[in-house]
Design a protein around this ligand. Sequence first.
Ligand code: SF4
Length: 414
Amino acid sequence: MSLKKPKLLSPVGSFESLHSAIRAGADAIYFGVEQLNMRTKSVPTITIDDIKEVADVCKKHGVQSYLTLNTVMYDYDMQLVQKIVNTCKEDGIDAIIASDYAVFEICKTVGIPLHISTQANVTNVESVGFFSHLADVIVLSRELTVTQVKHITQEIKRRNIRGISGELMKIETFIHGALCMAVSGKCYLSLHEKNASANRGACVQNCRRPYQVVDLETGNELLIDNEYIMSPKDLCTIPFLDEMIDAGIDVFKIEGRSKSAEYVFTTTKCYREAIDAVLDGTFTDEKVAVWMAELDKVYNRGFWDGYFMGKKLGEWTKNPGSIAKEKKVYLAKCTRYYPKIKVAEFLIENGTLKAGDPLMVLGRNTGSDKITLDTLMINGAPGETAMKGDKITFPFESALKANDKLYKVVSDNG
Ligand code: SF4
């Protein structure tokens, strides 16, 4: 049986993440601008004025770009929606991801492809048929099992459900990242407590905190032992990615627009390799163990298989935040790049550096890159240890910009 190769869709919340996603092998990226996407609190770095640069960088690398416009929308938002959609059309963004009917209508009028967001909560093939008059791609609800997803993809073929372009409807699912205990973020916790609406992308993540249960008869207070009872672990499908591919899903989506560039790089790289391994018949338990160890190094709250394997409730995390096995500690800023000889110069601003320390370069136009320097050039001469105020130079293939950052990578075993 021949398997269909899914497109790998990576999250982008900064230019560093954009370049990381591309370098790690994403087929497409998605991002948001201004306040009308589901990560408005934590993603201030890309604005409407940057849309053209994102589109151009993606085109140059043969990567598709999608813009999310999927919050609850009010009448006073319409002018901005129109402006964003017009800009996307003019600048060459490939599609808008939306869930509001007004945005559907504006995309249709402007003539830009539409993807139906997971916020529309599509859970059955009849709904796929309904949306086929508007779009070609649907991001399914995260609360389906892999069997339910496979049924939908098979029925699309059997019933020959074609989207607005005339092609068979395409199904997209989340394969990695944070999950809400509420159905796809339809949640009032944050609005209730902080007047910050999750449905407008401003969630303050109240669910990620410890809570006490109070027995109202006795007044006894019970702290829920070691579990954050409303904070699920993160979704990770690598161990059963072969089943996900067998389900006929067209697009695999990684969550994490508010996460770091190294998270984007590592998750994209692991899933790129895993997809390719399934397709070329080299997907093994040993490889899965290696990918899991890599994924464990970047932001995560522990992993579980989400709802894909048919579990009814979430597995709760035992930690309020990430349990990533590695963290980066700021070391230096780029002061110069010599393009002819491809050498970077950095000024150490914090901590010390020895030859052999694992490092990460984070560049606006290069993304994240792990390196190790076997020898050190300190203030123009070979040296043992560089410290605050020293300038170090080393060969670096990609052109860096002033103020790009250098970090030391340290293990963080809590
Ligand atoms: S408070 Fe938690 S469950 Fe509610 S939307 Fe935010 S992250 Fe999701």
